[in-house]
Structures are given as structure tokens and as C-alpha cells.
Write a protein of this length. Structure first.
Length: 230
């Protein structure tokens, strides 16, 4: 809240004053889901990241993951690819089944929008051990683009912490806010959340309270492109 007032509105105010005013007025942050801690497992030979997610430039490290959410029609699955430099969602896909297709499509969207002649130089794509990311289709698509695939340890969310953090935000800020009637309704809401809010306006403490696109503007303005259609 203070970052929005200071950086976007030009209001000079202290953190303590904002906290006092929020307590008086009633607004509060949405609670995050608390997940049980897991004992870290040993790293696998295919882990090229080893929890070192920080990168100083875009396109050096991407992370990907998939989540599911129910509607009255049935579950909907969403896969995203994030650039760890800016935390921007650079590729995403939605499907009614948990299979390799959405993972491969999300990766393809990221490659098409960020690559040079279909190739991303010196990049890594990191995921967990889900069957979507160990499939031949996903692995082959990554290798064709010059992206060495990397996998964290089995059952350890910390090895894919950037993707898990994104899902926690979307779960709290969108998915759990209401009950969804149809898959189309939820798919449209996810599109608006990713392209309309998260990439362009969602301030993050890890980014000095800038949005992902604001961070990328300081690196390479030509990376900024129009959002795709849902």
C-alpha cells in the first residue's frame, strides 16, 4: 500500500502512518495459505539451478509449474512460465486435462514471444518432476530452443520456489475469492489476472515494489509486447 502511494501517487508517507490509517479504516492484506513444511530432499543430477533463482538479466532463467482449480463444470489446469529476473509470466496455457499439452504450449508461447528466431540464448527452463515436464514433448521443445531443462528434487516446493510463490499469490488474490461456475469464466479471469494485473500492475517486494513489466522496461524495452488473446 505504501509503495503504491509513494511510487505511483507521489504521496510522501511513512510505513507506520500507512499502518495506522489502515487499522483505523479496516483494509487488510489477504491471508496466504499456510503450507506444511517439508524436509528438503537431495538434489538430483538434473537440477541446474539448485535454488539459485536470482538472475540479473531477462531470459537467463525461466521457471514453470502447473496448478488446478475446480469449477462447477470440473477442474481447470493452468501452466505458466516465469522469467526469474522480472518475475514476469512470459508464457501460459490453460487446459481441461492435466497432461503435457499445456506445459508445452506455455513454453512455446514463452519462446515465441521472447526468443530470437525461435531460440533463447544461454537460458535454462526449470520445473518440478511433474509428468508434464518430464515428458518427451516438453523436453524436446525446450532443447530445440536451446533451453537446457532442469528439474528440482521430488516433492520439494523450495526447489521451484519462484513458481510456487506465484501460485500462492494467484490462489489468494483470484482463485479463492469466489466459486467459479464454468471453465470459460475461470479461464477469462486467469487471463485478466496474468496480463491485466500481475504482469503490469502487481508490485512485489522482491522487485523493490515494482511490477514485472516496470522491471523489464529498465532492462530491455523491446521485451514489452502486447498481451495475447485468451
Amino acid at each position: 500500500m505504501r509503495a503504491e502511494l509513494v511510487q505511483a501517487q507521489g504521496v510522501i508517507v511513512s510505513r507506520e502512518t500507512v499502518a495506522v490509517l489502515m487499522r483505523r479504516a479496516g483494509p487488510a492484506g489477504l491471508p496466504l495459505r499456510r503450507r506444511a513444511k517439508r524436509v528438503p530432499a537431495s538434489a538430483t543430477v538434473t537440477d541446474l539451478v539448485k535454488r539459485g533463482f536470482h538472475r540479473g538479466e531477462p531470459n537467463q532463467l525461466w521457471v514453470t509449474g502447473i496448478t488446478e482449480h475446480p469449477t462447477r463444470e470440473g477442474k481447470l489446469y493452468c501452466c505458466v512460465v516465469l522469467d526469474t529476473c522480472s518475475r514476469r509470466v512470459v508464457g501460459w496455457a490453460i487446459d481441461v486435462r492435466q497432461r503435457a499439452d499445456p506445459a508445452t504450449s506455455a513454453l512455446g508461447m514463452a519462446i515465441d514471444s521472447r526468443g530470437t528466431a525461435g531460440r533463447v540464448i544461454d537460458g535454462i527452463i526449470h520445473a518440478d518432476h511433474g509428468t508434464q515436464f518430464t515428458s518427451w514433448a516438453f523436453t524436446e521443445r525446450a532443447r530445440r530452443a536451446g533451453l537446457p531443462p532442469s528439474l528440482g528434487t521430488i516433492g520439494d516446493p523450495y526447489d521451484n520456489a519462484v513458481a510456487e510463490s506465484f501460485w500462492a499469490r494467484m490462489q489468494t488474490e483470484l482463485l479463492d475469492r469466489r466459486r467459479w461456475h464454468t471453465r470459460v469464466e475461470l479461464a477469462n479471469a486467469i487471463f485478466e489476472y496474468i496480463e491485466g494485473f500481475y504482469n503490469r500492475r502487481r508490485r512485489q517486494s522482491a522487485l523493490d515494489y515494482m511490477s514485472p513489466i516496470e522491471v523489464e522496461t529498465t532492462h530491455s524495452p523491446n521485451l514489452i509486447s502486447s498481451p495475447p488473446s485468451p
